[in-house]
Design a binder for this molecule. Structure first.
Ligand SMILES: [Zn+2]
Length: 338
């Protein structure tokens, strides 16, 4: 006779905090069960972001009729950069903190958002809470569930631009978890494009989704749709953006001796057909000794790459083989919340 148990199955949560949207997802050994998504809040007290994350986890649990008390761990992929204050990690994302520079479109004066302290207060010490930069987490996801080799870059081209870097099988974290914030590397001496970090002429200031097009007085969506129709000035803007983005990837490839580059993020996802050959050219046309054979492709996990990365941070290692075999995330249901 088979043994039965009334104990609830082990469940883990993934929380993905982005500059535009936030998602929470719950998984058991069989795979992710449900994902709820909501626009990231930008007003209120500085703990608004962390508390929104808790509410989304609760909402996901409620829809699944799972008691949040049974969650064994919470993996968080979050936009950064991070700063540790009073022993707990918080975030200072330029695209959410209106107390930094370039604040015209942000209705707050935030300069630091507590995260770990709020999550740990709710999820007591017996359960693990692990936070990683979203692109670092994404690379953990690509390594666990995709095809990223030991020397790989993950890059998101979204509201902001960020990177995850893997060298010799080691995903880089850095002194505060901020390795890969190359969206803030200075590229242009002449551009006046202002990034939320205060730089003028850094990669994110020039081509990040929040900033791209400001100098033309057009939205990003309009520029890309005009470019698709052959509008010359829009095409020039897209070519410029792809050139800066591709050069950044070339530079990182030369530094890290990279084998494969995986790209995600909404700007890339919606405009891949136009951008991919332009970006590929910036890398493949340069110094063959360093770039020969380097592959550039979209993330194999699509829009879920950061969610899967958050799971990869905390899920039991024994689940990974089964998930890789059955790819349960491909049928995951996403529920948008207003
Ligand atoms: Zn910047």
């Amino acid at each position: 006779m088979p043994m039965t148990s009334d104990a609830p199955p082990t469940a883990v949560a993934a929380l993905d905090i982005g500059g535009t949207k936030m998602a929470a997802c719950i998984a058991t050994a069989s795979g992710p069960l449900l994902r709820v998504v909501q626009p990231t809040l930008t007003s209120g007290t500085p703990d608004t972001i962390a508390r929104q994350g808790l509410r989304l986890i609760d909402e996901c649990c409620q829809q699944l009729q799972i008691d949040p008390a049974v969650l064994k761990s919470v993996g968080v992929s979050s936009c950064g950069p991070f700063e540790v204050r009073d022993g707990a990690t918080g975030i200072i994302p330029p695209n959410l903190c209106g107390g930094l520079t370039n604040r015209d479109d942000l209705p707050n004066d935030w300069t630091f958002l507590p995260l770990e302290s709020v999550l740990r207060e709710r999820f007591s010490s017996v359960r693990s809470v692990r936070i990683a930069n979203d692109c670092v987490a994404a690379l953990h996801g690509e390594r666990a569930f995709g095809i990223a080799p030991a020397n790989a870059i993950y890059v998101t081209w979204s509201t902001g631009i960020g990177f995850g870097l893997c060298v010799d099988g080691h995903i880089l974290h850095g002194k505060a978890g901020n390795a890969g914030h190359a969206g803030h590397m200075l590229l242009s001496e002449t551009s006046q494009a202002l990034c939320g970090c205060g730089n003028r002429g850094d990669l994110e200031g020039m081509v990040g989704g929040r900033n791209f097009g400001k100098h033309l007085g057009k939205s990003l969506e309009l520029i890309f749709s005009d470019a698709q129709r052959g509008d010359v000035s829009a095409l020039d803007a897209v070519h410029d953006a792809a050139r800066w983005f591709g050069r950044a990837l070339y530079n990182l490839t030369t530094i890290l001796d990279t084998e494969a580059i995986f790209i995600g993020g909404s700007v890339w996802r919606h405009n891949e057909t136009l951008l991919a050959p332009l970006v590929q050219r910036e890398i493949g046309d340069r110094f063959p000794a360093l770039t020969r054979g380097v592959t550039v492709q979209s993330t194999t996990l699509g829009e879920l790459v950061t969610d899967m990365g958050a799971f990869a941070l905390v899920m039991p290692a024994g689940w990974i083989t089964d998930w890789r075999a059955h790819r349960p995330w491909e049928t995951l249901r996403s529920v948008p919340l207003t």
